[in-house]
Design a protein around this ligand. Structure first.
Ligand code: FES
Length: 713
């Protein structure tokens, strides 16, 4: 590789424990509670200022090769630190630098995964990180600075580096070994992995062909076996846990962070960090995900358009591509009757649970695989519906698809580069009318070729699913101000006042989908979805009433709300007594392990709720509407459908005044796509999307203040 490659980071993870450690290493001693408090307050401002970037290059060195890497957190951290330094707030200044350092370390973990893959492509393996002795450090840094042209590629100012007290770039040199060529037998090995089902009664043997050095998660994904993986394989979410029953896997640094000593002794490992060295028998938590989806009553009562010229037997399909699940509805275009529905898990989940992971994977060269996944899912869903209605469907005329902008870009194969950096940009937001082959990658296997419509989006992070949802809820026709909310990793919201529609989106993080929660999981059978605390003890309900395995997004909100109402957390979010250390016990799994709700879980809820609530408040402020003036609130999406609105208000996600005006509207995106399909009214959504005014929270000065305010209970 002669070129310098540039990698950019995504959402940065800041660990309070690591920040405390870094401060101690720098001999800055402060009350732990005080540091944690500052870290929590600074998360969002830091998140907005961390622009992690790495430059790397392989070069000949002595008799071999080395990989040189520089990682930087960007220059915006400096101005934030300078602001606190000017106010003589030394502790906060030090915390800012320590957070930048901890965030950069997290980024280094992300980069390591990619650099290993890049090196393999180039025919190398990373053998070791070369020690950077203090005496040589300045020399090495200077050499790497020149070699990687860091002034131009990373914007690092050479002269300032030595002076900085923290947040300094990381300079690394790795020794490389050349991989043996194919046929030498060692690089491509076959390991036999026996997978045990959860109950350990059914054995399902898989022989996995695995390139030396690739991760177990990767090997499982290639076999379409998908352990949950919210962080996309970075080793930070702890969801891809497996248990080794026979054989061995070394304990990695990430395993040490994710598991207790006892869990490690019992064979718990993270699949994304596990590198195969021998045959294994493992148990994985759940290879097949089955998500609870809202009932389809949201689809009833749609009438065909007045100028309907369809014949008996003419059908159409509406599709909502969600980041987690896909929903399909087959409609009789003549009568308007819904013939059948179908749901499936979005198989792109193997690349990560949220849109950010998908963007990241696409940018790492896996765009084609992502496109293939969604095309196959769509094809299978359409075929499943037609198969069930073979006798009735004479002709499939039209398919209408609603989805967020990232999902539509992945379907169309458009570049996702514009979603990585501000100002965010989409390749296309317009409604598109395309052929079946253009959407699905191959012609339809029937005599008829339906046309395909992709609905219009408003902005990169307020997509066609929101346009369709707004259309379905009749927001444009509301006389009183009306609020529309779709909560998830990305919280999208819209406020209609008179003729104007204001929209915004806020990064809530994965807590509402069970991500970054110790026992968090998707809305699958066994997930705790309801919590009630009576006399200090928890009573729970799980999805499908099966034995508890973890806690889903709705359970997360319920647990936080109940703990708050029971007085077991204070307004800063601190858990009472010994629960602060051990977590609050919710239920025991079948194997006797306690599912606990931890202090860190509460912090995740606080960040998610603060982001949503601050978004709602900014939307109201900028459109000049008070809570009292809002006549109706529509809560869209699967998560909203199962939520207890009272509990949402009790933790402060929603203003109390709006709780009684709120109704869950289910999958409004699918309903909007269906309405478009039936009514053939092509211009309304496009007009709505074009006229909507987007409010950027990143540029709103009040956002950080409100965010910090709503972190509290
Ligand atoms: Fe392995 Fe997140 S920790 S996928």
């Amino acid at each position: 590789m002669k070129d310098i490659r540039i990698l950019t980071g995504k959402r940065t993870v800041f660990s309070s424990d690591r920040v405390i450690e870094i401060l101690r290493e720098k001999q800055i001693y402060a009350q732990k509670e005080e540091v944690i408090k500052i870290v929590e307050e600074m998360r969002m401002p830091m998140q907005m200022r961390m622009h992690t970037k790495a430059a790397l290059s392989i070069a000949g060195w002595k008799q071999g090769y080395v990989l040189d890497v520089i990682l930087t957190a960007g220059s915006s951290i400096e101005s934030l630190a300078a602001k606190y330094a000017a106010g003589d707030d030394r502790l906060r200044t030090a915390v800012v630098y320590a957070m930048a350092e901890s965030g950069l370390e997290d980024f280094e973990q992300q980069v390591l995964l990619q650099t290993s893959a890049i090196c393999r492509e180039e025919g190398f393996e990373i053998a070791a990180c070369m020690p950077n002795e203090a005496a040589d450090a300045a020399l090495l840094e200077r050499e790497l600075y020149e070699r990687l042209d860091a002034g131009r590629t990373l914007g690092i100012r050479k002269t300032d580096e030595a002076k900085r007290g923290g947040g300094k770039p990381i300079y690394r040199r790795y020794k490389l070994t050349e991989t043996a060529s194919e046929g030498q037998g060692e690089e491509q090995r076959e390991y036999s992995i026996t997978l045990l089902a959860e109950e350990e009664t059914t054995h399902q043997a898989h022989t996995i062909s695995c390139a030396k050095g690739s991760s177990l998660l990767q090997a499982l994904r290639e076999q379409n076996i998908m352990p949950p993986s919210y962080c996309g394989g970075r080793g930070t979410c702890g969801k891809c846990r497996i248990t080794v029953k026979e054989g061995s896997l070394p304990v990695t640094l990430e395993d040490q962070k994710a598991f207790t000593r006892e869990e490690l002794r019992n064979g718990h490992r993270l699949a994304c960090k596990a590198v195969l060295q021998n045959d294994l028998t493992i148990r994985i938590a759940s290879a097949k995900e089955e998500f609870a989806v809202p009932q389809n009553d949201a689809l009833e009562g749609i009438q065909p358009g007045a100028d309907n010229s369809y014949q008996t037997g003419d059908y159409g399909i509406a599709i909502d591509i969600g980041t987690t699940t896909l929903a399909f509805a087959l409609a009789d275009l003549k009568t308007g009757q819904i013939q059948n529905t179908h749901t499936a898990v979005n198989s792109q989940r193997k690349f990560g649970a949220d849109v950010i992971s998908r963007i990241y994977e696409a940018e790492q060269g896996r765009q084609k695989q992502l496109q293939q996944c969604i095309r196959e899912d769509l094809w299978n869903g359409v075929e499943a519906l037609l198969e069930k209605n073979r006798e009735k469907v004479r002709k499939l005329h039209h398919i209408v698809i609603a989805a967020n902008t990232v999902m539509l870009h992945l379907l169309r194969g458009y570049s996702c580069a514009g979603f990585c950096r501000q100002p965010f940009r989409a390749v296309s937001l317009k409604k598109e009318e395309i052929t079946f082959a253009e959407a699905f990658g191959k012609p339809f296997g029937h005599s008829f070729q339906p046309k395909v419509t992709l609905l219009p989006g408003i902005s990169p992070f307020v997509g066609a699913d929101i346009t369709a949802g707004l259309f379905a809820c009749g927001i444009a026709k509301e006389e009183q101000p009306a609020l529309f909310l779709d909560l998830g990793t990305n919280g999208e919201m819209a406020l209609k006042i008179e003729k104007q529609l204001f929209v915004t989106s806020t990064a809530a993080g994965p807590a509402f989908e069970g991500g970054n929660i110790k026992w968090g999981m998707g809305s699958i059978p066994g997930a705790i979805s309801k919590v009630r605390i009576r006399n200090g003890a928890a009573e729970i309900e799980t999805i499908r009433q099966t034995p508890p395995k973890g806690i889903c997004g709705t359970g997360v909100i319920e647990a936080a709300a109940e703990l708050w109402t029971a007085g077991m957390i204070d307004h800063t979010g601190r858990l009472a007594g010994e629960y602060a250390k051990q977590g609050y016990p919710l239920a025991q799994t079948e194997s006797g392990e306690w599912i606990v709700f931890t202090q860190q879980d509460i912090r995740e809820v606080q960040m998610a709720k603060a982001a949503i609530r601050a978004g709602i408040e900014i939307l109201c402020m900028r459109s000049g509407v008070t809570h009292a003036q809002i006549g109706r609130v529509c809560l869209a999406g699967g998560f909203g459908y199962f939520l207890n609105i009272e509990k949402m208000a009790s933790v402060g996600i929603l203003p109390r005044e709006l709780a009684e005006k709120t109704t869950a509207v289910g999958n409004s995106s699918l309903r909007g796509a269906l309405m478009h399909l039936m009514e053939q009214n092509s211009s309304v959504m496009q007009k709505m999307a074009e006229e909507a005014k987007e409010i950027s929270l990143a540029e709103d000065k009040s956002f950080s203040e409100l965010y910090l305010n709503y972190m509290m209970f």
